[in-house]
Design a protein. Structure first.
Lengths: 229, 325
């Protein structure tokens, strides 16, 4: 079991590195396609963990993958294998929804893709700032232009609270949370200037560099929203 | 309405219980603030003698002049008068200044009493002579410390001149509060500097309107996250100082609900039944009374101070949170 967990972690890390590289212009989405090839038994689970981010490079305008491409197949398999159950958490429903939305946008429309589930949004208004920032960081993959626009609209009024969450995460040296919240803040309007989001993203990216997912979030903030340079 | 405190009567009761318990704890241990007879001799550790007494005087003096409840004011007045008596009505400062004519701390602590109109002629004459040379300004390399020294000058010599105000503004501009840096970069040391920037600028919460609008907006925005961090670490002393700062700016979140009320409840829960509040919750309070005093006196004093500021009327909201965005 431990071996499986390590293998999954390693696939996730490789795919995250590949996406970050693609976002920085150092290779097309194909690199990710190779890592997430369906021959790899951990590919669908890795896709479910990384969510919409496995398709993020296509948001840069690359031509869509063919239906046979490795990542396209793995995304379909992940969507089929991990539909959120009735008792799934809001975060789980949202991240699945992000993957489903990205699949509909970036994959060829020839196969049957599952619908984007209705996800509860009440928490964006009611969560205390600490909890809000934590959940939003878990949904960092949805901070892509044009994706989850409704969520972005609902988070905009909480920009001060998310900024507080960024501060809290950095002070706790929780780089993954800081990078995830920071990526969302990069997308949102009216981030307090005194937060220092740009220097903060650079800081988090450097100190959290050991985790490729931190690097991926910082790369997304830079490439999609021009922050953290 | 109270400033930065729980806003119902239960909330006022809560902060008053904190202040009452803390003052009771300090009063019961006032002998531990006594100065040794050889205070001006070389080798006496002023950090364990004069510094605690000076802090007692500064904060008890504030509580005595602004707390809304007369019995708490009376208790604080008693502690303030005790502190003045310990300095032999200010004569100790003349001794200290003769022994260490270039030290700033005797003038800073004398300034606490001078502010309240308590003077000693010999000390006054020495302060006047010793604070004139340019060298007096040299040790002020840390801008936050500089603000404290400048305030001591103002308190003892009075009549802040234009040059004094320029100096104060220049030093303020180099402090954390003057620069408003990234809030995620605030470490413990910087946080203590920041709280003292606020205390010096507002004269320990007496003149909250002296806080520039940008600084007040910055504090409103980021205090909730700093409080959360240091309460989680059970750093009661620093959390108490941050609550005192919160009272100076009347922190409200976007929804208008007060995050600060929860912080007050956490601090109150950390206060022991005897009124003492340890600096940190990292380990149990020492069994030895002298060690326990050292582990608790500052945070207990700060709790009484913050609880007092939280119960005094805020200045009308100067700015919206937008001011320092």
């Amino acid at each position: 079991m431990a071996g499986n967990a390590d293998a999954l972690r390693s696939v996730i890390a490789d795919a995250a590195s590949g996406v970050a590289l693609a976002l920085r212009g150092g290779g097309g989405p194909d690199a990710v396609s190779g890592i997430l090839h369906p021959d790899n038994p951990f590919a669908p689970a890795a896709v479910r963990v990384l969510g919409a981010d496995v398709l993020a490079p296509y948001a840069l305008g690359h031509p869509p993958p063919t239906a046979e491409a490795g990542d396209a197949q793995s995304v379909r398999m992940a969507l089929a294998a991990y539909p959120p159950g009735a008792d799934a958490s809001e975060v789980s429903v949202w991240s699945y929804g992000g993957l489903a939305e990205a699949a509909r946008r970036f994959l060829p429309a020839d196969g049957a893709l599952p619908p984007v589930p209705d996800a509860d949004m009440a928490w964006t208004g009611t969560d205390p700032w600490q909890r809000l920032a934590h959940r939003v960081s878990q949904l960092a993959a949805l901070a892509v232009p044009g994706l989850a626009d409704g969520l972005a609209a609902n988070l905009a009024p909480r920009v001060d609270d998310l900024s507080r969450g960024f501060v809290r995460a950095v002070r706790r040296r929780d780089w993954l949370q800081a990078a995830g919240v920071g990526r969302w803040l990069a997308r949102l309007p009216d981030v307090p200037e005194t937060l220092g989001l740009d220097t903060g993203l650079v800081f988090v990216g450097r100190l959290g560099a050991a985790d490729p997912r931190v690097d991926l979030h910082v790369a997304a903030a830079q490439r999609f929203f021009g922050r953290g340079r | 309405m109270t400033a930065g405190a729980p806003e119902d009567s239960d909330g006022a009761d809560l902060v008053d219980r904190v202040a009452d318990g803390a003052l009771g704890w300090l009063d019961a241990r006032r002998d531990r603030f006594r100065l040794p007879a050889d205070i001006a001799e070389p080798g006496v550790d002023v950090d364990r003698t004069l510094k605690p007494l000076g802090e007692l005087a500064e904060l008890a003096g504030l509580i005595a002049s602004v707390h809304p409840r007369p019995e708490l004011r009376a208790r604080a007045e008693g502690l303030f008068a005790f502190a003045w008596a310990q300095t032999v009505d200010g004569g100790v400062f003349a001794e200290l200044l003769r022994a260490e004519p270039h030290a700033t701390y005797p003038v800073e602590i004398y300034g606490v009493f001078a502010r309240a109109g308590l003077r000693h002629p010999d000390t006054d004459a020495l302060v006047d002579a010793l604070t004139r040379p340019l060298s007096w300004r040299v040790p002020r390399s840390d801008p936050t410390r500089s603000l404290g020294v400048l305030n001591a000058e103002d308190r003892t010599r009075g009549g802040a001149s234009e040059a004094w105000q320029d100096d104060f503004a220049a030093d303020y501009a180099r402090t954390w509060l003057g620069l408003l840096p990234e809030p995620w970069a605030l470490d413990r040391r910087a946080a203590y500097g920041l709280t003292h920037d606020v205390f010096h600028v507002t004269d320990w919460g007496r003149h909250r309107d002296r806080l520039p609008a940008e600084a007040a907006g910055y504090l409103r925005l980021w205090l909730p996250t700093w409080l959360d961090c240091w309460l989680d670490e059970r750093s009661w002393d620093l959390a108490g100082e941050l609550l005192a700062v919160a009272a100076c700016v009347d922190v409200l979140d976007a929804a208008g609900s007060v995050d600060i009320a929860a912080a007050w409840r956490r601090l109150a829960a950390a206060q022991d039944a005897d009124g003492g509040l340890p600096e940190t919750g990292a380990e149990p309070r020492p069994a030895d009374p002298a060690a326990d005093f050292l582990a608790c006196y500052h945070s207990t004093l700060v709790a009484a101070f913050a609880a007092t500021l939280a119960r005094t009327a805020p200045v009308p909201a100067l700015v919206a949170t937008e001011a320092a965005r």
